[in-house]
Design a protein around this ligand. Structure first.
Ligand code: F58
Length: 840
């Protein structure tokens, strides 16, 4: 406390405030109604569901802010080493249910709302998704934030507040169309705009030499300046008061530039130019395959990196004056290569602005960065054209060249003058277009290079980054991905969650997911079986209602719900799934023909067909033609099958449009079988498989990515495996055109080629991709074993007791795939941080 006057003021403030907001029903009701009246500005006697949602969200936000303040004060007081998680993408989905569950006040809110005449679930449906990311990498970041908060780690997430998130997918005549996702249209109650937390970010210009302390130093004279404004999103932990920050930056015009134009009278142009600044954070790039050297994308990367580092360094300098302590207090995690300009930026700040000597700055940089890569595809590795970097960030290019020079000199000492290898390992690529290899930069400057599953790490070590592994084996590690059971069981599958707690006799598994293993002992218990099936049926009914509302297709809940939901990629092989469905359809048709011919049910296989509802969902990158054709084929096949009276309930195919986090929350609990069928050696990890597993869905899968580790946990008897193994794939590709392909494969592809599903010309190139020696992803080769795995799934499904046991064992074996485990490994092995629990 300061002087007497301050003391009086503080005492008065304490006297006025309740320590914490209360959470009994009438306090909650009062809060909600106050927000209706004063925040939403509607009469408390007349407001609709959406307005009720807004008021509810604001009342939850108040409680979040309270905890968030306490946490930040606590972190500040304790000053622990912090982890700063830099990611260009976060796929958060909805916040309401997750927040009230983590805060432990969901039931109180539900009761309070009931008395006001509202259903919590109905209001929760009003919320749109925050979709600031493309796919797996982005959703992983969101899961990891939940775990960081729950496990009390002193963590900050940093990213970009895109005005348009991932495009909305609209299906017209079976084709994908993209529409902008203006998710901020109706306001966003989950963020807090920090108008005073702003930093200038510089671009373009020139670098000059300036006299300094008897020597020279570099000075960057920027040509453009933009302001970064912070938007804080509190992330509550479960069962703890700790609430951490996801800080997203929005670009605003800077007042420091363009004043000249105002003064010279070019008012209109000055205003128009200012709007250019905002485009930096306007839109998320929707391509999750390859990196295109686009200037705006590079601007986005630097914008968020520069603002985040100014913030991080400012926080460090608040309580430290010596940069040698920086690695004791700061760990910087690079989520893929997108934020790797941070390396050059830290060097620039330390050398040019803080005037540290180069080698001292370099010593610090080498201790603070860790890097995780999420892909095995060489086209996923970013390369930034030197020309582009030179114009946008001239000083950073110099720094990268200097880093590269020192590093190559050291490398020569270690490996000699092996010029091929030196050139492969160089940060600078001398090709037709001279470029900076961002992955090489990240590897050289990070103390740890992580893969996202064991086999991914092996691929990195033996193929993608082989040269680096041989040089620095100690840098390479992996942390198998995980997902948060809070969102993927507790929020999205409340009935299963209650059932698990009942049978385990505790809710402790929500924070300690290894306890799920306790279900193994009960896997044969008939009472559990009955309740388990009941829960699954209710979830299937919920999904069936959604399907009917969305597509008009009625599906039977006694059929097997077979799901493949993920981004559309050739390597993920949705096409294999569709061709398998065509084969199934053909078999049903043949069985029907026999039935008609012989008028004899016995002779026909029709009675043996296990009814299926096949569900496919996912977005294709807007420029990815083949992926778009796969979506169209799915819809064309669906049209044919669903309207064929010979088929009836035996087979339905549904394409779920606009797949996103909320849709996943609905679909996953209702799935019996889910497909993870990438060509072996292509999926770095996969995390969808983990979500399905937690929900007791059986997996039909190839031995790829994290599936290999799932097999070790639950055993291959509890899933349906097929396909070429990773080590076989290269040789199979070499054999290419001479590979023997089953007749059934040729026959289903022929049906597509011959126009059985229409659009003959349009599908031709799709068929060409899997025939005539072009079958890079080995659909033809794997087709036979795929059908066999499908047949095994059918057989198991008929035996409901067996199926239920497998389902229980899936959930029971899912403990290892929690992001809590992943984060603990990162914290201990990579970041060197410890929990810092808020005591209140
Ligand atoms: C995904 N990668 C992986 N984007 O495909 C998936 O196996 C993994 O489970 C997930 O990350 C989380 O680790 C992903 O979403 C990319 O890998 C981008 C590809 C294009 C260049 C930048 C990375």
């Amino acid at each position: 406390l300061g002087g007497g006057e301050t003391r009086v003021r503080v005492e008065r403030m304490f006297g006025l405030m309740d320590r914490f907001l209360k959470s009994d029903p009438s306090s909650l009701q009062k809060d909600i109604l106050d927000h209706v009246e004063y925040t939403v500005a509607r009469s408390r006697f007349s407001f609709d569901d959406f307005e009720a949602y807004q008021a509810l969200a604001h009342s939850v936000r108040d409680r979040l802010i309270e905890r968030w303040h306490d946490t930040q004060i606590h972190f500040k007081k304790k000053d622990p080493k912090r982890i700063y998680f830099l990611s260009l993408e976060f796929l958060m989905g909805r916040s309401l249910s997750n927040s009230v569950i983590n805060l432990g006040i969901r039931d109180q809110y539900a009761d309070a709302l009931k008395e006001l005449g509202f259903e919590f679930e109905v209001l929760a449906e009003q919320e749109g998704d925050a979709a600031l990311g493309n796919g797996g990498l982005a959703r992983l970041s969101a899961c990891q934030m939940d775990s960081l908060a729950t496990m009390d780690y002193p963590a900050w997430g940093y990213g970009l507040r895109y005005q348009y998130g991932l495009f909305r997918q609209v299906i017209l005549d079976g084709y994908q169309h993209e529409q902008p996702d203006y998710w901020l249209n109706f306001g966003n109650p989950w963020e807090i705009e920090r108008v005073h937390v702003t930093y200038p970010v510089k671009f373009y210009g020139t670098v000059e030499d300036e006299n300094f302390n008897g020597g020279k130093r570099k000075v960057w004279l920027p040509g453009e300046m933009v302001e970064a404004v912070a938007y804080d999103n509190p992330i509550p932990g479960h069962g703890t008061r700790n609430t951490i920050t996801l800080r997203l930056w929005a670009a605003k015009p800077s007042d420091q530039i363009d004043m000249e134009s105002y003064n010279t009278g070019d008012y209109i142009n000055a205003v128009v130019n200012r709007q250019r600044a905002e485009t930096i954070s306007s839109v998320l790039y929707p391509d999750d395959r390859s990196y295109q050297g686009k200037e705006l994308r590079l601007k986005q990367q630097y914008f968020f990196v520069s603002a985040s580092l100014q913030d991080i360094i400012r926080r460090f300098k608040d309580s430290h004056s010596n940069f040698d302590d920086f690695p004791e207090k700061v760990a910087l995690q690079l989520n893929d290569t997108h934020p790797s300009l941070a390396i050059a930026e830290v060097m620039r700040v330390l050398v040019d602005e803080e005037h540290l000597e180069w080698n001292r700055a370099w010593g610090i940089v080498c201790k603070i960065f860790s890097f995780t890569t999420h892909t095995v595809l060489p086209e996923g590795l970013e390369k930034v054209p030197v020309d582009l970097l030179e114009s946008l960030l001239p000083r950073h290019l110099q720094i990268i060249y200097d880093i590269n020079f020192d590093y190559i000199e050291e490398l020569k000492k270690k490996i000699g003058l092996d010029y091929d290898r030196l050139s492969r390992m160089s940060i600078v690529e001398d090709g037709a277009v001279k470029s900076i290899r961002m992955a090489n930069l990240a590897i050289v400057c990070s103390h740890t290079v992580n893969g996202v599953s064991r086999v991914h790490s092996e691929l990195l070590k033996t193929r993608v980054f082989k040269d680096f592994y041989e040089l620095w084996p100690h840098k390479f590690d992996y942390k198998t991905n995980g997902v948060t059971q809070r969102r993927w069981i507790v929020v999205s599958n409340p009935s299963l969650s209650a059932l698990i707690s009942k049978w385990l006799g505790t809710e402790a598994w929500i924070r300690d997911v290894d306890l799920l293993a306790g279900l193994q002992e009960q896997a044969a218990n008939v009472d559990l079986h009955e309740e388990w099936r009941m829960v699954r049926k209710v979830n299937k009914m919920r999904l069936a209602e959604y399907i009917e509302a969305m597509s008009g297709i009625k599906v039977s809940v006694s059929a097997m719900f077979d799901v493949q939901i993920k981004r559309i990629h050739e390597y993920k092989r949705q096409l294999l799934n569709i061709l398998g469905i065509i084969h199934r359809y053909d078999c049903i048709k043949v069985a029907y023909a026999i039935l008609i011919l012989f008028q004899n049910m016995e002779k026909s296989d029709r009675t043996k067909v296990v009814p299926r509802v096949c569900i496919i969902g996912g977005k294709a990158a807007p420029g990815y033609e083949i992926a778009k054709k796969i979506i169209k084929l799915c819809n064309a096949v669906a049209e044919k099958i669903n309207n064929d009276p010979d088929v009836g309930d035996l087979l339905k195919l549904v394409f779920i449009p606009d797949y996103n986090v909320s849709v996943a929350e609905l679909v996953i609990p209702g799935a019996d079988l889910s497909q993870h069928i990438s060509t072996a050696g292509h999926e770095a990890s996969g995390t969808g498989n983990m979500k399905f597993l937690m929900n007791g869905c059986l997996l039909l899968a190839t031995e790829d990515g994290s599936t290999v580790e799932i097999i070790e946990e639950i055993g291959e008897d509890n899933m349906f495996l097929f396909g070429a193994k990773m080590h076989e794939v290269p040789a199979l590709r070499v054999k290419g055109p001479t590979l023997k392909v089953p007749l059934q494969f040729a026959s289903v592809v022929r049906m597509v080629r011959d126009g059985y599903f229409g659009f003959q010309d349009y599908f031709e190139s799709l068929c060409d991709k899997v025939e005539g020696g072009n079958d890079f992803y080995l659909l033809g080769y794997d087709f036979q074993s795929y059908l066999e795995a499908q047949a095994a799934a059918d057989k198991a499904f008929v035996d409901q007791e067996k199926w239920t046991r497998m389902s229980i064992l899936s959930t029971a074996g899912s403990g290892r795939f929690s992001s809590d485990r992943t984060i603990e490994e990162y914290a201990e092995k990579t970041w060197g941080i410890e929990p810092c629990k808020c005591p209140f």
